[in-house]
Design a binder for this molecule. Structure first.
Ligand code: ZN
Length: 340
């Protein structure tokens, strides 16, 4: 008989049934008591472009105000928040001689960084503005506040090592590179500084992020391109492709002070420039416009991204331009720009 062939039916003795029932209840209780994380969790990451906390934004903070107050709610929606710190936060050092713009923010600005960001990119053309002494002081201060950083370190190896952030069991590696002069800010075997984007080293760093640091997702954040160019240069395109061929899941960039074009290469997104995010001293529409980018990643890479436009006021404070994202991309619908 089919019915009697079921295991339950075979437990003829009432005592045997009782033991089996207890076992079932115990298994069910265990399953209910221990939350099981989904096999392929979705982690959202927010990326913003240049965050410059000296000058106008620094004065806003000195007066007890928060220059990121108008974007705080949207930033908070993401599991991880990342920005490019386009200044040095320190009290030590001297401005680099002959450099036209040098930005040093007071350590009081750290509480604002800590409030809105989990990690900051240091590989840019301003983190070395006050020399290696100030740069090292910034590393100490960021460490004391528990703010992650990448693309810079106390020596060459640290500058090229990924920052690993783990959320929902997913290990995300962030790498950062500068390739806009001066190259004198570059770290060396015995000198603190930033990571420079040598092709071979970048390839190796991306491969190591997976093989040595066991990252599930790898995203380099770049400081590159020509200022005020709205289209990525041949060099940016070549390097972005090289990074994706080496295993990067996406490439996100900044520095040109304007938003640049985006691409889909082998199903992986490239966002060439996010534009300015917190920065004063600009007045044209393109240079006061930035993107707050939100990216959804899983073990399989980037599922989707969406960008909200922000606009800077005269004090260098960003304001959201609309309640909904203006640009969107989905891996399964790469040609669609429909955000809804
Ligand atoms: Zn820059």
């Amino acid at each position: 008989m089919i019915r009697n062939s079921l295991p339950w039916r075979r437990l003829q003795h009432p005592w045997a049934r009782k033991v089996a029932a207890c076992l079932l209840v115990s298994v069910a209780w265990h399953c209910a008591a221990e939350p099981v994380s989904p096999p392929n969790p979705v982690v959202s990451i927010a990326f913003v472009g240049d965050v410059m906390l000296a000058d106008g934004p620094g004065q806003t903070i000195r007066r007890g105000k928060d220059p990121l107050a108008h974007v705080a709610r949207v930033l908070k929606q993401s599991d991880i928040r990342v920005g490019n710190l386009e200044c040095v936060i320190a009290t030590q050092g001297r401005p680099e001689p002959g450099k036209p713009y040098t930005f040093q923010a007071h350590p009081r600005t750290l509480k604002i960084v800590q409030r809105h960001f989990d990690a900051v990119a240091l590989a840019n053309n301003h983190s070395g503005d006050f020399g290696p002494e100030a740069f090292v002081q910034m590393l100490d201060l960021l460490g004391q506040q528990g703010i992650g950083y990448f693309g810079g370190g106390r020596n060459l190896a640290q500058a090229h090592a990924p920052l690993i952030i783990e959320r929902k069991g997913l290990r995300i590696a962030l790498l950062g590179y500068n390739e806009f002069f001066p190259r004198s800010f570059e770290a060396d075997v015995d000198r603190a500084g930033v990571a420079w984007s040598e092709d071979q080293q970048v390839t190796l760093d991306i491969q190591n992020a997976r093989a040595v640091h066991h990252a599930d997702v790898v995203i380099p954040m770049m400081h590159w391109g020509w200022e005020h160019d709205t289209l990525a240069s041949d060099r940016q395109r070549q390097l972005a492709r090289l990074m994706i061929d080496a295993g990067a899941d996406a490439v996100v960039g900044g520095h040109p002070h304007v938003i640049q074009n985006t691409e889909d290469y082998r199903g992986k997104p490239i966002i060439y420039s996010l534009g300015n995010f917190v920065f004063d001293g600009f007045d044209s529409l393109p240079t006061t416009t930035g993107w707050l980018l939100q990216m959804d990643v899983t073990r399989d890479g980037v599922l989707a991204w969406q960008a909200r436009t922000t606009r800077l006021d005269a004090r260098g404070t960003p304001h959201l331009q609309s309640r909904v994202p203006e640009r969107c991309w989905r891996k399964d619908l790469p040609e669609s720009n429909d955000c809804h």
